[in-house]
Write a protein that binds this ligand. Structure first.
Ligand SMILES: *Cc1c(COP(=O)(O)O)cnc(C)c1O
Length: 370
């Protein structure tokens, strides 16, 4: 790739300049298209194809380093599209036991369809031990919410040697943070609800692959299940991509500054950020990531302390999800379902001024302690 990430993001998927045409054509609202005679594409019916998706999919394909992308109505629609379109009864699926909790909830669905699911932790590439006979290996790195990292190239090499496909949930990093397809994975999957679109105002997901056959099967899944994004969301997502590099760079710089500031605070335990040089994930992360993301996680002494801390923040909204330009934080244990301590905080760093954000967090810690 001869151009920088900012140049790539700002122009991704935009059509060539044409006199009197807008730089990014607006959303196309269409259930059907005029279609006399033989029903040939590209635009046949609104559940199959839409010109606004076409432009966004071109952009995502470019960001993924050259791939065919398929957009979905949410991250989970994209996750489910890969897991459920590629796995048959009798197949073995390997999944992390510490990935996004709704992805883990698909384990029972897969089992009810006759697949067998093996799970292991993300840290230390533990899934290497589970690969024999597998049809599909699911990775999520960095993992949400504990921020462990696995070696994508190493796991993919071992999985391919056994004939298994590999999918990576790349939600946290985004394609400007890490490119799973360049590391050998068959699918790069993401919730674009998070950092990729970054404004906390839409849900969207995508699947990218360099295999025309796999892309075709994912598209057929979308057509038959109907998990399609609205044109307005697709257009907003595309519009957001122009600032992707700016947002990610600011968010990652502030996340590192926040992690550094939290390091020596006595109230903070289990601090994790893959960009911190002494983080257990750092060595693997630097090998495969170009930006370390916007999520910092840490554990406060107990639930009450954590709630006081969240209540004392003035620049940070209490909310789930991550990746928005607005900082958000939550006590992750309130949902159940993740193996986290009661005082565990998942903190998503926005684009506020770094000093303001760090000061707000340190101040809230002090208030929570008194
Ligand atoms: C949020 C998230 C999802 C699901 O995405 P939605 O857009 O909420 O459906 C999947 N994987 C990871 C890692 C996530 O953080």
């Amino acid at each position: 790739m001869g151009i920088g990430d900012g140049t790539l993001a700002v122009g991704a998927g935009r059509p060539p300049a044409e006199k009197y045409a807008p730089a990014l054509p607006g959303p196309v609202f269409a259930a059907y298209y005029h279609l006399p005679g033989e029903p040939e594409g590209p635009y046949t019916y609104g559940r199959d194809t839409n010109p606004t998706w076409t432009l966004l999919e071109a952009a995502l394909g470019e960001l993924e380093g050259g791939a065919e992308a398929t957009v979905f109505s949410s991250g989970m629609a994209a996750v489910a599209a890969v897991l459920l379109s590629q796995v048959r009864a009798g197949d073995i699926v390997v999944m992390p036991d510490d990935c996004y909790q709704t992805t883990r909830a698909l384990k029972e669905r897969l089992e009810s369809y006759g697949a067998r699911v093996r799970t292991g932790p993300t840290a230390a590439d533990a899934q290497l031990e589970l690969l024999d006979g597998a049809r599909l290996v699911w990775l999520e790195t960095p993992s949400n919410p504990r921020l462990d990292v696995c070696d994508i190239a190493r796991l993919t090499g071992a999985a391919h040697a056994r004939g298994a496909l590999v999918a990576v949930d790349n939600t946290l990093a985004t394609p400007l943070g890490q490119r799973p397809l360049d590391l050998g994975a068959d699918f790069s999957v993401a919730s674009d609800t998070k950092a990729l679109t970054g404004h906390g105002d839409l849900l969207l997901g995508h699947v990218a692959t360099r295999s025309p056959e796999l892309a075709e099967s994912v598209r057929l899944w979308r057509k038959t299940v109907g998990a399609i994004p609205g044109p307005m969301e697709a257009w907003l997502a595309h519009r957001s991509l122009a600032t992707l590099q700016l947002r990610l760079d600011r968010q990652a710089a502030s996340a590192l500054a926040l992690a550094r500031a939290l390091r020596h605070r006595p109230e903070v335990a289990g601090l994790r950020y893959p960009g911190l040089p002494d983080d257990p994930s750092h060595e693997t992360a630097v090998r495969q990531m170009r930006r370390f993301g916007c999520v910092v996680s840490f554990t406060l002494p107990d639930e009450a302390f954590a709630e006081r801390f969240l209540g004392a923040l003035s620049l940070v909204a209490q909310a789930t999800s991550f990746g928005s330009v607005h900082s958000t934080a939550e006590r992750r244990g309130r949902w159940g379902g993740d193996a986290v301590e009661p005082g565990f905080i998942r903190f998503s760093v926005g684009v506020e001024d770094t000093e303001d954000l760090v000061a707000d967090v340190l101040n809230a810690l002090t208030e929570a302690a008194t």
